[in-house]
Design a protein around this ligand. Structure first.
Ligand code: ADP
Ligand code: MG
Length: 249
């Protein structure tokens, strides 16, 4: 019986049967008119503050100094929850948060299914890259038909990239500090996010291939967008206007 329930809880959002399993979304939906916004600490939080400010939303505590995971705002019916970057889509998908902000990296890796993604916020911009130890002859070893060991937090993105090149890879899944892997012989290369390249240089690594550009997206729970349209749509509109202004040449 327990096993049967585990099976029910393992929801595959890419499955055509997804519709059959949608119940949990309704169970956790914030039924009242409180808006819950899911953010991750660090650069996404920091770069989201100006967007929230433009919408008249002020977060009243600093997640870097507060240990609280639910932060009040200047609106009684709006709160911010602080979750791990890769958990933001999960909170929004189930309706535990009405909307949130997640990196494209996280959305590609997790599939992004079941979410409304109305807006590229153009914040937390970086690139998904392949990097190796300086001097490593990547072109030679990455020709079609060869085999490489890749350490990464993004196994799906890595698999897809090397499949397109016809390069066989063994994935070594890591949760952080990918830069270390080639230095100590754990892998030939890493697939990771790079912005300035400072961390790569500090560790004698170099980027050798650009996989895709990454920025953060607004993600909205589909049911919340319908049920709380009057609250959410104006925020989306202000975000869109502010992003356009921020990115004017
Ligand atoms: P975590 O440590 O929880 O895995 P990070 O704080 O490193 O998450 O990254 C959170 C998000 O910020 C990532 O999902 C990505 O979209 C973005 N990001 C990560 N690294 C960089 C970077 N070097 N420059 C800009 N944005 C980044
Ligand atoms: Mg990090």
């Amino acid at each position: 019986m327990g096993v049967f329930f585990l099976f029910l809880l393992k929801i595959d959002y890419n499955s055509p049967f997804y519709g059959l399993f949608r119940q949990p979304e309704r169970l956790t939906m914030n039924e009242n008119n409180t808006l819950t916004i899911a953010l991750s600490k660090g650069r996404i939080f920091d770069e989201t503050l100006p967007l929230l400010a433009a919408a008249g939303i002020e977060v009243l505590e600093n997640p870097e100094t507060s240990r609280k995971l639910i932060l009040p705002t200047n609106h009684d019916n709006m709160r911010v929850i602080i979750v791990r970057a890769s958990d933001v889509p999960t909170y929004v998908r189930y309706g535990a948060a009405d909307f949130g902000i997640a990196g494209k990296d996280v959305l590609i890796e997790s599939g992004g299914g079941g979410l409304y993604q109305p807006l590229d916020l153009k914040i937390a911009q970086c690139k998904m890259m392949v990097a190796v130890k300086q001097g490593f002859d990547y072109q030679k070893v990455s020709s079609a038909g060869s085999r490489l060991r890749i350490a990464t937090k993004y196994p799906n993105i890595a698999r897809e990239h090397f499949a397109q090149k016809g390069v066989h890879i063994d994935i070594i899944k890591l949760y952080g500090s990918m830069e270390l892997a080639p230095l100590v012989g754990l892998s030939d290369a890493i697939v990771d996010l790079v912005s300035t390249g400072g961390t790569l240089r500090a560790n004698n690594l170099e980027a050798v291939e650009h996989i895709c550009d990454i920025s953060s997206r607004l993600i909205v729970n589909k049911a919340a967008l319908k049920l709380k349209h009057a609250q959410i749509q104006p925020i989306i509109d202000v975000f869109a206007k502010t992003v356009a202004q921020q990115n004017q040449a």
